[in-house]
Design a protein around this ligand. Structure first.
Ligand code: N7H
Length: 508
């Protein structure tokens, strides 16, 4: 059996691992106006920050309670707190060694990098240009981020007020608050265009203790030997095992094309105090839901008239653009019918090769091979950001493991019945290289029509490009679908660092 590293669960912040997974998540952004009291205040925060071990224990308790009751518990709630600091904030606090990070994106910050990930250039005045951001540009760049998470919105608001008052008395000034909230009822877990989100996540390779099989991510393959081909590379269907050094400083990264082994001395470069920390990308993304829906209705009508599948519905066109139906069911496993939320098998598919062994109790057809993008378009959002078993412009399928992100985003804003209001996604992702992970995905794959596959087109959901086209194939006919774009627009954000908790008590 492979020896997997033991992660320091008492130091890693709980939103990095295992993730907060709460219905309300509030993001409070501050600037440091008086560094010495601010440093002391941040230091005093250490015992209030939730560790990975504590958040995991809270999740286990909540799940146990749900099992006992047969429904979600009413009276069991937690209020998690985590903290991240930008490069500019670390400089203000006088923390030494920032130059040891080998990541120009983190050091420069999101505003400086925005044009290079496709946002309209500063000064252009266009939607998404930094001068139009609500925060994160010009005089409104944050130094410190506090993340609060709970299922009780009112509790979050009260705690928010307490934290803001105390921070403002100690050299910090609040510049912006985002309140993320899971959508109501059956839409829970769906983003505002209507698609189920948070299905596919990499599994971090490692253990919580020295016990040989105390894995952070449970290995849930059925015992049947037919699944042996997956065990060394995947914790569960669709969940690749990724070496912790791709998400946490102080740990080893993958050995080039071999996901089973780590490369010696491959810890991501950074100062000694960065151990157990992770870079956090925060993008406040507004979504124009009405424009997206109108596009699906009009474009599906045009495609029908042009002979692309006479039965094409707006829902099916949406599924082709995302790579999943609204329920989350993958297009690869059914390009014609939304099989609904199954909680089984929705992440069990590949693109290039066929899947051949059925999971127990999963009655639905497995995916056929699709090396030419005939079933799931090459441009589909999930095929762009995680091409799975496709070989790509960077090499074999195994290299894609190193590009994955730990996504922790949440929706914000009211439902579409309040048309004038703003809504969207607070995109949050952890990694150890913003340049080689988040920015790579945006620059090299999302915004590039010819990568990771030639002639696929840009990502129609999140590319910032306007007036492009993507290729859709039906049978032997290829259709170019014009994509006006602009449905997802950046309205703020920052690149930050989420240190281990001992950083607060020992380094600050
Ligand atoms: Fe995406 N969407 O509704 O279309 N995303 N995303 N995303 N996204 C995913 O598989 C969406 C954004 C990733 O492993 C799903 O968990 C929207 C950015 C990655 O198969 C859906 C926005 C980036 C994955 C959406 C948005 C990514 C992923 C399917 C913006 C940065 C995992 C749910 C408003 C690179 C892919 C799931 C995998 C999945 C949508 C933003 C990346 C439905 C609306 C900025 C890596």
């Amino acid at each position: 059996m492979l020896e997997e590293p033991v992660l320091d669960f008492d130091d890693i912040q709980g939103n990095v691992l295992p993730g907060f997974k709460k219905d309300s998540q509030h993001f409070l952004f501050f600037q440091i106006v008086n560094p010495e009291p601010a440093r002391l205040w941040l230091k005093s925060l250490a015992p209030r920050l939730w560790t990975a071990r504590e958040v995991l224990a809270a999740h286990s308790m909540w799940k146990a309670m749900r099992l006992k009751l047969g429904h979600e518990p009413n009276n069991l709630d937690f209020l998690f707190l985590n903290c991240a600091i930008s490069a500019q904030g670390l400089v203000k606090l006088g923390v030494p060694g920032i130059e040891k990070f080998d990541d120009p994106a983190f050091k420069l910050g999101l505003e400086e990098r925005a044009a290079s990930i496709g946002d309209p250039p500063r000064g252009s005045g266009e939607p998404g240009a930094p001068e139009n951001w609500i925060f994160g540009a010009g005089f409104r760049r944050p130094d410190v981020l506090l993340i609060l998470a709970t299922d009780d919105f009112d509790w979050a608001v009260r705690y928010e007020e307490e934290l803001i008052t105390s921070a403002q008395q100690q050299g910090l000034q609040l510049i912006h608050v985002d309140r993320g909230r899971v959508r109501p009822g059956k839409l829970s877990g769906h983003e505002h265009f209507g698609f189920k989100d948070g299905i596919s996540h990499p599994a971090i390779r490692g253990r919580r203790s020295t016990a040989p099989d105390d894995f952070i991510e449970p290995r849930t393959w059925p015992e049947d030997s037919a699944f042996d081909i997956y065990r060394s590379r995947f914790a569960a269907p669709g969940r690749p095992l990724v070496w912790p050094g791709h998400f946490l400083f102080g740990y080893l990264r993958q050995n080039r094309d071999e996901p089973e082994s780590s490369r010696p001395n491959s810890e991501p470069p950074g100062p000694a105090w960065a151990v157990n920390g992770s870079f956090l990308v925060y993008r406040r993304l507004s979504q124009d839901v009405q424009a997206f829906r109108t596009f699906l209705a009009e474009a599906s009508e045009t495609l029908r008239q042009n002979g692309f599948d006479p039965g094409l519905t707006p829902e099916r066109l949406g599924a082709l653009l995302v790579g999943r139906w609204a329920s989350g069911w993958p297009v690869m496993r059914d390009p014609n019918v939304d099989r609904g939320e199954q909680n089984l098998g929705e992440n069990y598919f590949t693109f290039t090769e066929a899947t051949t062994v059925s999971l127990p109790n999963d009655p639905y057809p497995l995916n056929l091979p699709d090396p030419n993008g005939l079933i799931c378009p090459f441009a589909a959002h999930i095929r762009k950001v995680n091409p799975r078993d496709d070989a790509t412009d960077i090499g074999s399928k195994e290299r894609t493991f190193q590009k994955l992100l730990l996504r922790r985003g949440i929706t914000f804003g009211p439902e579409i019945d309040q048309p004038q209001a703003e809504r969207g996604l607070l995109f949050v992702a952890f990694q150890t290289s913003i340049v080689n992970q988040f920015e790579f995905l945006m620059n090299d794959w999302v915004n590039e029509a010819n990568k990771p596959h030639a002639d696929g087109g840009v990502d129609p959901i999140i590319s910032t490009a306007r007036n492009t086209k993507i290729s859709l194939v039906n049978g032997t006919n290829r259709f170019d679908l014009p994509i006006p774009g602009g449905w997802v627009v950046a309205t703020g954000g920052e690149y930050m660092f989420t240190p281990g908790i001992r950083f607060f008590s020992n380094v600050l």
